[in-house]
Design a protein around this ligand. Structure first.
Ligand code: SF4
Length: 277
């Protein structure tokens, strides 16, 4: 939830998989619910416009989100789903001008976001030279998902995204394995591990699988995370100060934005150093 935020250059260079808030009707600030917490200053129901959303669909407190108690808005990435729903699914007619379509628009957005997230991972895998043995299947998956995102609002909302993810995940896993197999030595497997608050300062995690690992508040300062697979890893408040993330796989800007780091953290190309580091 961050209209006007700087879109990271990820997703295999595909602009349509990067948030373009100027082409979106502020969907993340309306469609999604949030609860009063350390991430959001107030409660908001799904379908209710945030009180800070301006009439031009921009955020009225964009420059002060963290100070005003909305850090959760700074770590959200729609992967380009917002502009797809606004401009493609609904043809550029916003929910204020056509309130009768508002509900359908807000329902389709979270589904589209999941589809775009999948597309983003597949696009990244297609950029990995070592994953060439699965590129043909990945290209097929990309075309299929891309086609699904262009369906009607009803068709997109009715999709079984979990089933689709179940079909695509083995390809992403295979791509990851092909890349990490090139890393010398024994690679650690922390897939889905609960590493909340773990002391991993300076750890050798090169080529490790950290897929879906819970790394909330983990100390990863100075860790070697080169070529590590971080898909879906929860890095909220993790300390990445001085860590080396060169070649880290499936790392998103939102994951970085949710973590802590410093000027010495080495980032993969295409991801930017969060302003609050
Ligand atoms: S505070 Fe700003 S970015 Fe966050 S939901 Fe409200 S309008 Fe959107």
């Amino acid at each position: 939830m961050s209209p006007q935020h700087e879109a990271p250059v990820t997703s295999g260079g595909r602009k349509d998989l990067q948030a373009d808030c100027a082409s979106c009707f502020g969907l993340c600030c309306v469609a999604l619910p949030f609860a009063r917490s350390a991430d959001f200053a107030v409660d908001k129901a799904a379908g209710q416009a945030c009180s800070h959303l301006r009439t031009d669909f921009r955020c009225g407190i964009h420059e002060r989100l963290r100070d005003r108690g909305y850090p959760g808005c700074t770590v959200f990435d729609c992967f380009g789903a917002g502009q797809k729903v606004s401009q493609v699914t609904f043809g550029g007619t916003d929910w204020r001008r056509a309130p009768e379509s508002a509900r359908a628009m807000f329902e389709v957005f979270p589904v589209m976001r999941q589809l775009h997230e999948l597309l983003r991972y597949v696009a990244e895998a297609l950029d990995l030279a070592a994953a060439r043995p699965v590129h043909k299947e990945l290209r097929r998956a990309l075309a299929r998902i891309d086609g699904l995102t262009r369906g009607s609002a009803e068709a997109v909302t009715a999709l079984d995204v979990n089933a689709l993810r179940g079909e695509v995940n083995p390809l992403l896993l295979r791509a990851s394995e092909l890349v990490r197999a090139r890393v010398p030595g024994r690679r650690k497997d922390h897939r889905g591990a609960d590493l909340m608050g773990a002391k991993l300062s300076g750890a050798g995690l090169r080529g490790a699988s950290l897929r879906g690992a819970l790394l909330v508040a983990a100390d990863l300062s100075g860790a070697d995370l080169r070529d590590a697979d971080l898909i879906g890893a929860d890095l909220r408040d993790a300390d990445l100060g001085g860590a080396d993330l060169t070649g880290a796989l499936f790392l998103t800007q939102a994951q970085l934005d949710a973590a802590r780091g410093d000027a010495a953290t080495v980032l993969p190309p295409g991801l930017s150093r969060p302003a609050h580091w």
